[in-house]
Design a protein. Sequence first.
Length: 133
Amino acid sequence: PADNFATLLAEISREIRELDDSRTELSPTELTERINSLLKNQYFDLTSRNEELAALLGFSVYATIWDGVASAERLLLRAWSMATDEHIDEARQELPRARFHIERACAAMTPAESGSLWSSAKAEDDDPGGAQD
């Protein structure tokens, strides 16, 4: 199951990287259309399953990954808004920042995906630690 999330996250990361790499060549309309497509498709597929991911990874690992995912999404929305208002230079400035955050999320997903961090984090989250009967 984590492979599905990792694949989706990698797809989102690739799309954001491509947006960032081509940012100076995109018109405001092209930029908004590509961001819109990303948010309505891959991002929606990932974010609609956030509770499943949290249950799968445990809250600590999930929170580390989701911080990057949410930050990148927020920056993409800012870029979309700026581009629709014809502030294309400002919109373009948000793309490297979104890329940084999604790459941070992917890096956090890698240890979780391998299982090494996964087992211990899941065990930690399942044990309230200090709760006494």
